[in-house]
Ligand binder design. Structure first.
Ligand code: CXF
Ligand code: ZN
Length: 384
């Protein structure tokens, strides 16, 4: 009988993963079983992964919203170990970047340059499972381990749908730089280039200088923005921001005597051309909108407001031509844009090195959590 024993289906791999057993608890390195990829899936040997704020957000969620036991992680790079039926796009040994957002390249959205939200494999944080709705992970007792954002990269091996994989043909990019392109950096750079389409000479305000906000700055710097204002409560973020093109800094703590909109309006001669919200707070989204120039100012929402709170916007400002939009993954299409970003890095246009502030080995993965939560790291690379 298999009762109480790990079920090893043919082709299963026995390896380790950092399992989250319950909300907010340190991850535990455990032996797990990773089933072979089904049709349309790829089994990936993770080279390195990093921690994004979304991992922390969902790790903190209490049941029933939080789902456990679970394997987190969604920013990573790896090598294809094996492919399921009907997978022609990649083969064993290819370098790939898994992505939380699908890109089937066949649906109306994937075919349109106006959207990056695949409608054939719709994005949802729940369940974030492969297309048949079942997990490929089991623990040593044979119990199912849940997936996260279709990626679950805190494991030596993971299984990801081919629609969630970008292939990197040019192997000159190092693993840790490729890893950054899997979520945060592509989100920020994409937002500046594809969503806002920042032009030379423009003024930009970025609310929140985490990896996403800094990547917006980097994207705006490359486009030749003349002023890039960072807004953050942590005064150390100005020095860090300068490396990514931030030219000016506003700490809301220092302008309690007058509204931030007034401060920004003065610095930008009547309001910024582009504002980006990279935190996920409705009140900051309002601030961002109010800091934009009447007439043409554009606000881009990147932060995830977990409660779906409504925004209240002055209707007359909309009449005057201001606009507000948002994007998942910065409007980036995984399969085509990630290789482009990698090329821009290799051409020395896009700077990636400074995003990596820390590196740890997989066994020390909980240190990566501490560093991000304490705002000591921008990106901590976790080596398998
Ligand atoms: C986020 C985007 C919105 C929902 C959760 C995940 N992406 C990556 O960090
Ligand atoms: Zn992320």
């Amino acid at each position: 009988s298999t009762v109480g024993k790990a079920i090893r289906c043919k082709g299963s791999l026995s390896h380790t993963a950092a399992v989250c057993r319950s909300s907010g608890e340190p991850l535990v390195i455990e032996e797990i079983e990773v089933a072979p990829p089904k049709a349309g899936e790829v089994r990936i040997k993770i080279i390195c992964t990093s921690l994004c704020h979304s991992d922390v957000t969902f790790w903190k969620l209490k049941e029933p919203h939080g789902i456990f036991p679970r394997i987190f992680g969604h920013e990573a790079v790896g090598v294809v170990e094996s492919v399921g039926e009907n997978v022609k796009e990649v083969k064993e040994g290819d370098m790939v970047v898994p992505v939380f957002l699908a890109n089937c390249e066949e649906c109306r959205d994937c075919k349109s340059k106006k959207s990056n939200i695949c409608s054939k494999f719709p994005f949802g944080v729940v369940p974030g499972l492969p297309r048949d709705g079942t997990s490929r992970f089991r623990d040593s007792k044979g119990e199912v381990l849940h997936c996260f954002l279709s990626v679950s990269s805190f494991a030596e091996y993971t299984v990801v749908d081919i629609t969630h994989v970008a292939k990197l043909d040019d192997r000159r990019i190092s693993a840790e730089k490729a890893c950054l392109l899997s979520c945060g950096v592509s989100t920020g750079v994409g937002a500046a280039w594809k969503v806002a389409d920042v032009e030379a000479g423009s003024t930009v305000v970025i609310f929140g200088l985490g990896a996403v906000g800094l990547a917006v700055a980097e994207g705006a710097r490359i486009r030749g923005a003349s002023k890039i204002i960072g807004v953050d409560l942590n005064p150390q973020k100005f020095e860090i921001g300068k490396k990514f093109g931030v030219t000016d800094f506003v700490n809301p703590k220092d302008c309690l005597d007058r509204p931030i909109t007034e401060v920004i309006s003065e610095m930008t001669d009547g309001g910024a051309d582009y504002c980006f919200e990279c935190i996920g707070l409705a009140s900051l989204m309002n601030d961002a909108f109010n800091c934009c120039r009447s007439g043409w100012g554009k606000t881009v929402i990147l932060g995830v407001e977990m409660h779906g709170s409504p925004l209240s916007i002055n209707c007359l400002e909309i009449l005057r031509g201001k606009c507000i939009t948002g994007a998942l993954f910065g409007g980036t299409k995984a399969k085509t844009d990630i290789p482009l970003f990698a090329k821009m890095y290799l051409d020395k246009e896009l700077h990636l090195d400074d995003f990596i502030t820390h590196e740890v080995s997989f066994h020390d993965i909980n240190k990566a959590f501490d560093l991000l939560i304490q705002e000591k790291s921008i990106r901590c690379i976790i080596w398998m």
